[in-house]
Design a protein around this ligand. Structure first.
Ligand code: AMP
Ligand code: GLY
Length: 425
């Protein structure tokens, strides 16, 4: 089979390496891929949002199956375009990707179907939003309705910062049209858990849970990033919590989307907070998380291709999806200055040999004169799989410390909270 993967980050590299384990896979193409992905797939210089060019590429290369991984093309309707051209696809249609594309949509869906989430109000009018923040509970969480590169959520401790957040989104259009509407919601507390799930619109198969580390610096300090590291499983997500999430969140969400005439087929990402009054949805994403995929997919037993084909064909109930009981940790090596300004173009030195339980997923690197050089903020993920979480964390740092490029930095505390929770701390 010839497979086309849309996207070009560490998540896509993890997907591609896992797909390649299936002997049916002849060749993988990636659009646009990156300099590191080029070792595992044929990369084409088509952007992840140029949907007509992607469809033309798929036709020219006679691909058999398409996997659309990032949020932007999904929300823009890439899967609809591929399906209209006759391709079998993994990923939600545009009318289902809206679960990530519009926070107003997802909040209203949760309210209608009584799925637990933070209490909220929606505003389309600047004056009404400003009025509301004069008396709302603090901290207030102000969210831009649309996609905002993961930056559209501001937690405001004071009225002044809440006013500023509302103005920046609605008046200054910091995130463009994504800020035309805002959601202002209740601030929740508790451990966060990411759960990715395969669903074909009827059946849902949650994957092993994970924990992201979104802030740039140790101790959860510094700016929000796309994610500086992950561990799986997440020790806060016990079997009892998982059973409750299935009952109160996962099944009701699949049912809600189907009932709305928007069956979700693909990977549905539940960003959960385990509050004192139970698990609540912080956000939905219409895709694999990055860097969650980098720890979850190595723990999938069997063929990712088989699961993705079953999802695409609406036959998920016919197969078994199982995960290893091992643990995994991903440490992101980033360019100094990320998520703000950073320099690029530094040569990357990778270890000559990787252990059987080690993986390197390249996110922001290009090939220059036959060498891999840095080309992004998050450069790569160093991943280790091991019998338990302490060994996985130690293994990921051991690998990260054998990778070198100028201006590299990583958090040194990935997995620390998970290890403390595991020790009952
Ligand atoms: P999101 O982009 O929706 O994942 O939000 C980014 C981060 O903001 C989340 O991972 C949470 O840490 C935090 N966050 C979002 N909504 C809330 C909320 N209602 N209460 C507390 N923290 C929140
Ligand atoms: N790691 C968070 C996300 O992919 O949205």
């Amino acid at each position: 089979m010839k497979i086309l993967v849309i996207g070009g980050g560490g998540r896509e590299h993890a997907i591609i390496q896992k797909l390649k384990e299936d002997p049916r896979v002849e060749r993988i193409f990636a659009l646009p891929g990156n300099g590191g992905i080029a070792a595992d797939a044929v990369c084409g210089s088509v952007s992840a949002v140029d949907i007509p060019a992607q469809v033309a590429f798929a036709k020219a290369n006679a691909v058999d199956f398409v996997v659309v991984a990032p949020d932007d093309p999904l929300v823009l309707g890439a899967v609809d375009a591929f399906e209209a051209a006759g391709f079998l696809c993994f990923g939600p249609n545009k009318n289902a990707a809206v679960i990530e594309g519009s926070k107003v949509f997802s909040k209203n869906l949760m309210k209608k179907y009584r799925i637990p989430t933070a209490a909220y109000e929606v505003f389309e009018d600047l004056a009404a939003a400003l009025d509301y923040v004069e008396a709302c509970p603090l901290p207030a969480v102000v969210k831009a309705d649309g996609l905002a590169l993961g930056k559209g959520v501001l937690i405001c401790e004071t009225r002044e910062s809440a006013r500023a957040a509302v103005r920046s989104m609605m008046a200054d259009r910091l995130f463009g049209e994504s800020g035309a509407r805002v959601v202002i919601e209740e601030f929740l507390t508790g451990p966060e858990v990411s759960v990715l799930a395969f669903t074909d619109g009827e059946t849902i198969e949650p994957m092993v849970s994970s924990m992201d580390h979104k802030r740039a610096l140790d101790g959860d300090e510094g700016l929000n990033t796309g994610g500086m590291g992950t561990v799986a499983p997440n020790p806060f997500y016990t079997e009892a919590v998982a059973a409750r999430c299935m009952e109160e969140i996962f099944l009701p969400t699949v049912y809600a989307m189907k009932s709305e005439g928007r069956p979700f087929r693909g990977c549905l990402y539940f960003g959960l907070m385990l509050t004192e009054s139970g698990p609540k949805v912080i956000e939905y994403n219409c895709r694999f998380g990055d860097p969650e995929a980098q720890v979850v997919l190595p723990l999938l037993e069997g063929s990712l291709l088989e699961v993705m084909l079953a999802v695409a064909r609406g036959e998920l109930s016919k197969i078994d999806v199982t995960f290893s009981k091992k643990s995994a940790c991903c440490v992101i090596l980033a360019s100094k200055g990320y998520p703000q300004h950073y320099e690029k173009g530094f040569p990357i030195t990778l270890p000559e040999e990787l252990g059987e339980s080690e993986r390197i997923y390249i996110a922001g690197a290009a090939e220059r004169d036959g060498r891999l050089v840095t080309s992004g903020g998050r450069v790569l993920g160093a991943v280790a799989v091991a019998e338990d979480l302490p060994a996985a964390v130690a293994g990921a740092y051991d690998l990260a410390d054998r990778i070198h490029f100028e201006n590299a930095f990583c958090r040194r505390d990935i997995g620390r909270r998970a290890l403390e929770a595991r020790n009952g701390g």
